[in-house]
Design a protein. Structure first.
Length: 374
């Protein structure tokens, strides 16, 4: 972790569990201006890790017979997804990103389409205190050119899918997705420091969250104060590394959904992530195979300024949750692709130690370990 900090990361903190042993640590600063140190118990915006919570909530409703995985979403939300699309896209396709519905983020943040122009960051500031309605974000995704045919062999990662799942939860439970997930997933798992933010500020000890946007914001800007309605049940949760390890441990042990539901969640398909890489994605869960080390389940996630990764080995005995407070540190080359940065190597070394102990870094780099993409 000190190596990650020396490579240019302001602050990094983590919890690793191995059987009955737990290690927590932190390196660097939570505030680059004051030098306030980062701590391992700090709260963090965990981005798309939220999707595992939302997927678990959907599966609970499947278990109760209120939702059918292979039913058309138009049966439940005919006004939001009308016509042929509503008849062809199933709940399962939303969960595993094979719906063909594109992500709304380029349209909610239109300046991002100007990358690598310095003006690409304008929308980040414009939307800091904007209160989005789920329906308007969903409409952006549904009116954009399709990302593929529903049910295709390869999915395309899209936050629009999980906003629709949030609306589905509200439809069948009579309460908001955030309220249902809090009562039936967060509280069931016994998480004490996890929740959806009530406003743009994070309650409790937390770091500032620095966004570089591939070097276009220089120096990186703090976005720890931000209205998270732009991602809602797709990526707005706040948690701690301790709570994330506890959550995935409970989930993989069949304590949040039953074993049949867990088996459905672990049926993966290839999905093209937002950075162009292909990941193995199930129903809200990502599968990561590391040669000589094992198969891990979990998620990674980013929001503006914060990156979080949480992985648990299939047997539940080895867990790692890592939080960082600078994101998109790689500058873009002439082709618009991220250039290599020392932080990348330092994180690979951290993952090696945290997940695998003595597995070499090259094996780690050759694996499917995610690299903090939203």
């Amino acid at each position: 972790m000190d190596g990650v900090h020396r490579a240019g990361m302001p602050g990094v903190y983590a919890e690793v569990r191995d059987g009955g042993r737990t290690w927590r640590g932190a390196s660097g600063v939570a505030d680059a201006r004051t030098g306030r140190p980062v701590r391992p118990d700090m709260r963090q915006r965990v981005g798309s890790i939220t999707k595992a919570f939302t997927a678990a909530a959907i599966m609970q409703q499947v278990e109760q017979g209120r939702i059918r995985l292979d039913a058309p979403i138009g049966d439940y939300l005919p006004r939001l997804v009308p016509g042929e699309r509503g008849r062809k896209i199933t709940v399962r396709m939303l969960l595993n990103h094979t719906s063909g519905i594109p992500d709304y983020i380029p349209y909610a943040f239109p300046s991002l389409q100007k990358l690598p122009s310095p003006r690409a960051a304008e929308s980040l500031d414009d939307n800091r205190f904007r209160r989005f309605r789920p329906a308007e974000l969903i409409e952006m995704g549904l009116t954009a050119p399709p990302a593929g045919a529903p049910g295709g062999p390869t999915g395309v990662y899209s936050n629009t899918n999980y906003l629709l799942l949030g609306q589905l939860l509200e439809q069948v439970t009579g309460t908001t997705a955030e309220e249902y997930i809090t009562r039936n997933v967060i509280e069931r798992a016994g998480l004490r420091h996890t929740g959806f933010p009530a406003g743009p500020r994070i309650k409790g000890p937390h770091s500032r969250m620095y966004e570089s946007l591939h070097g276009l914001i220089d120096p990186p800007r703090d976005y720890s104060v931000y209205d998270m309605s732009w991602v809602g049940p797709a990526a707005s949760l706040v948690s701690t590394t301790e709570d994330l390890n506890r959550f995935y441990g409970k989930l993989l042990d069949g304590k949040i959904v039953n074993q049949s539901s867990l088996a459905q969640m672990q049926r993966t398909v290839p999905v093209r992530a937002l950075d162009g890489t292909t990941i193995d994605y199930g129903l809200g869960l990502q599968k990561v195979g590391i040669p000589g080390c094992g198969t891990f389940w979990g998620n990674d996630g980013t929001v503006w300024g914060a990156g979080t990764m949480s992985l648990t080995r299939a047997d539940g005995k080895r867990q790692m949750s890592v939080a960082i407070n600078l994101i998109r540190w790689n500058k873009l080359d002439s082709a618009g692709k991220p250039e290599h940065h020392p932080i990348d190597d330092a994180l690979a070394t951290l993952y090696e130690q945290a997940l695998c102990g003595d597995v070499n870094v090259q094996a780690m780099k050759a694996s499917q370990a995610p690299a903090f993409v939203p």
